[in-house]
Design a protein around this ligand. Structure first.
Ligand SMILES: NC(=O)c1ccc[n+]([C@@H]2O[C@H](COP(=O)([O-])OP(=O)(O)OC[C@H]3O[C@@H](n4cnc5c(N)ncnc54)[C@H](OP(=O)(O)O)[C@@H]3O)[C@@H](O)[C@H]2O)c1
Length: 206
């Protein structure tokens, strides 16, 4: 069954961007969050142009290979110039969640404006039996509230950014995690968690 996973680059103080992100400057002043994509000498098998350290390449490619569809919050979408160039994933189609409807930037995109459960189900339908990769801190928090996230991966960068957009927002209750894997690579620590008690289907979350 298709799982819902979220792996984001995050500072030690919990930010997925630096200060002042916006269209065309998706990490604000926190550009160092993505340095590990190019700081090694092992080419990614999934993302051309990425050269990672050996431990990071193994983890990055395992996760990227699992993704059959991406699901992004609208802010991630606009700050990445609507992914009009075909990103964020070389093969997976993109679903975007917003409260409003608007035309997609290309035919690999689907805009959903009917809530998080519909967005996750749409992404699962597009994923061809593979997993759904979430992008955006507000979005992943909404999915956690709905019990729809199976795994969280924090690619934790050794920096305190001091401000920016947080990975996690307030939740109405505790959510327990179990540790699947922790790998310390040269410039990033990969923290892979399973979310306990996740709902198996988006229908059940409605
Ligand atoms: N460090 C990393 O690895 C990484 C990865 C991805 C993204 N980012 C960065 O993260 C930033 C964006 O993250 P973010 O947390 O600010 O925002 P986000 O989660 O990407 O998007 C939030 C928006 O998504 C829509 N949305 C979310 N939940 C919804 C719901 N339940 N129903 C309807 N619409 C919903 C809303 O759009 P509307 O306002 O249109 O209704 C909301 O304003 C960007 O700057 C991006 O570059 C970093």
């Amino acid at each position: 069954m298709s799982k819902v996973i979220c792996g984001l680059s995050v500072s030690v103080d919990g930010y997925i961007t630096g200060r002042d992100p916006g269209p065309g400057r998706g990490l604000g002043d926190g550009g160092t969050l993505f340095d590990w994509y190019g700081s090694g000498n092992v080419p990614s098998r999934v993302f051309s142009g990425f050269r990672l350290s050996a431990p990071s390449a193994r983890i990055f490619d395992e996760l990227a290979s699992r993704v059959g569809a991406s699901l992004a919050g609208h802010a991630t979408y606009t700050d990445s110039n609507d992914f009009a160039d075909g990103a964020p994933h070389p093969t997976a189609p993109l679903v975007v969640l917003s409260h409003t409807s608007f035309p997609p930037a290309n035919d690999r995109q689907t805009i959903v404006s009917t809530g998080i459960a519909d967005a996750v189900q749409t992404a699962k339908d597009r994923a061809g039996g593979k997993d759904v990769g979430l992008m955006g801190g507000v979005l992943v928090t909404e999915a956690l509230k709905a019990g729809l996230v199976n795994e969280l991966i924090l690619h934790q960068i050794p920096i305190l950014l001091g401000g920016g957009r947080p990975f996690f927002h307030e939740l109405p209750h505790h959510i327990r995690l179990s540790i699947l894997e922790v790998v310390a690579a040269p410039d990033v620590t990969h923290l892979h968690y399973q979310v306990e008690g996740a709902t198996e289907t988006a229908e059940a979350a409605r």
